[in-house]
Design a protein around this ligand. Structure first.
Ligand code: SF4
Length: 65
């Protein structure tokens, strides 16, 4: 599935990484992918953890397609 980050919506709550190590944070706490700070979307295997991270993000800064 495709995961898209919308950094403008992220409030740096730190929740998504508690569900999936796919997510990490810039120094200011805004979400990024763990292995590429510049990428904003990517295809990844679907998993319960990822679905939960997307679902729990309070500002819908994580989108799945
Ligand atoms: S759960 Fe959402 S708001 Fe919180 S750090 Fe992750 S992307 Fe940002």
């Amino acid at each position: 599935m495709k995961i898209t980050l919308i950094p403008e919506r992220c409030i740096a709550c730190g929740l998504c990484q508690t569900y999936s190590d796919l997510f990490d944070y810039h120094d200011n706490g805004i979400v990024r992918f763990y292995d590429d700070p510049n990428l904003l979307e990517r295809d990844v295997p679907a998993s319960e953890e990822l679905l939960e991270a997307v679902k729990q993000c309070p500002t819908r800064a994580l989108i799945k397609d």
